[in-house]
Design a protein around this ligand. Structure first.
Ligand SMILES: Cc1ncc(COP(=O)(O)O)c(C=O)c1O
Length: 387
């Protein structure tokens, strides 16, 4: 990253952190799940059960691949979605993030290329860049990282052309299905895990459907790569957390998970509608495609503004959002022809704050866009005054 880009990224991070700790700021960024949906009493009961049971395995070391009944639960759910998977194929990880890291480390060396969608999950981009991988577009690269069912930031499935480009090649696919079970629309494309088993590294998590604090995720590598993946997992941290695996397993064994998913889909689906309506009303010049799942909308407008300036103005109005460049595989250099893009999350804030948040955002946008327009209209000689 250039010095200039690094300085902008840390300026944006400083603003985001300030907004997160400022009371009165409505957080439309961050992508956190709704805390009202955490099953707190049931998890507390599970916690008590697993730490007080006669066999103290929840407090003991476990195997690198993770708890057997939890792996069986994961495999059973994936079989119901058409994939041929057994508990022995599953490696429990510390969140999906670690699963992506293990797959990337197995597949792509520093200096080699990994292919991604034009906009994708920022912490995966950070991971790839930290490993000094070259981030390229789909159809190229030694491996592809994709979110086929529900994308982040846009909540949309992979386009059919992108899907075909990934399916056509012979290179490995890292299939991130973090939001796959949070689709508002029941019809879903098939999993690459089901269609391309021998080259798919499937990544799942309980972070979006249960709670991220557990840090329970999983990786299903092709059978031929399982040993290598396990070795990487064990060398990094021995195993995933015994206690949270046991809590999750106990909770899931007593829960109608499909019923929970239906309820979450209704909950987030209603939030998505509410946010979309607020955007239509208050930000009519912004475009987005309606999400099919997930936690967020991905918005674009043709007018260009400096995104750090826009975020600062928004926070001053009492709302925060995620700047577009975080998600871009090839972040564009500041260029006044560039559209402005951002992610708005409907998942975290109270439903009644969504419209207020967007109204505040519109106030900030109108001010910043007006000032950008008037700067562009200024004669050449005076533009230099800013230095
Ligand atoms: C697409 C995607 N993949 C993976 C993750 C990481 O999930 P986990 O909390 O399981 O590490 C996230 C979290 O935001 C995500 O959005």
């Amino acid at each position: 990253m250039s010095k200039h880009k690094e300085a902008r990224a840390s300026e944006i991070e400083r603003l985001v952190r300030r907004a997160a700790t400022s009371s009165g700021v409505i957080t439309l960024g961050g992508g956190l799940p709704a805390e009202s949906q955490f099953p707190r009493s049931a998890l507390a009961a599970s916690f008590l059960r697993v730490v007080t049971r006669h066999n103290p395995s929840a407090l003991q070391y476990g195997w690198a691949e993770g708890l057997a009944p939890l792996r069986e639960w994961i495999a059973r759910r994936l079989r119901a979605r058409g994939a041929s998977v057994s508990a022995d194929d599953v490696i429990v990880t510390n969140g999906a993030q670690q699963a992506i890291a293990i797959a990337a480390d197995l597949l792509v060396r520093p200096g080699q290329a990994i292919a991604v969608e034009p906009e994708t999950y920022p912490a995966a981009l950070d991971l790839f860049r930290a490993r000094r991988l070259k981030v390229v577009s789909l159809g190229h690269g030694r491996a592809s990282y994709v979110l086929p069912l529900v994308g982040n930031p846009g909540g949309r499935p992979l386009s059919s052309e992108a899907r075909a480009a990934v399916a056509r090649g012979s290179s490995p696919i890292i299939e991130d299905d973090a939001y796959g079970e949070l689709r508002f629309i029941s019809k879903a494309p098939p999993l690459f895990l089901a269609e391309r088993r021998s080259r798919t590294f499937y990544v799942g998590t309980l972070s979006k459907t249960l709670c991220p604090g557990l840090r329970v995720g999983w990786l299903i590598p092709p059978a031929s790569r399982r040993k290598g993946a396990l070795r990487l997992k064990a060398s990094g941290d021995l195993q995933a957390n015994s206690l949270t695996q046991a809590v999750a397993e106990d909770y899931l064994a007593r829960t109608d998970y499909d019923e929970r998913l239906s309820q979450l889909r209704r909950f987030y689906g209603a939030r998505a509608e509410r946010l979309a309506a607020a955007v239509h009303r208050w930000l009519p010049g912004w475009r987005f495609q309606y999400p099919e799942g997930g936690f967020s909308l991905w918005l674009t407008t043709d007018a260009h503004v400096d995104e750090a300036r826009f975020l600062k103005a928004a926070i001053a109005e009492g709302v925060s959002f995620d700047v577009g460049s975080m998600f871009e595989a090839q972040p564009s250099t500041a260029n006044t022809d560039q559209p402005t893009r951002l992610r708005l999350c409907f998942s975290f804030v109270r439903a009644q704050d969504l419209a207020t948040g967007v109204r505040r955002l519109a106030t900030a946008w109108n001010r910043v866009a007006r000032s950008a327009r008037s700067k562009r209209r200024r004669p050449e000689g005076r533009r230099g005054e800013q230095g």
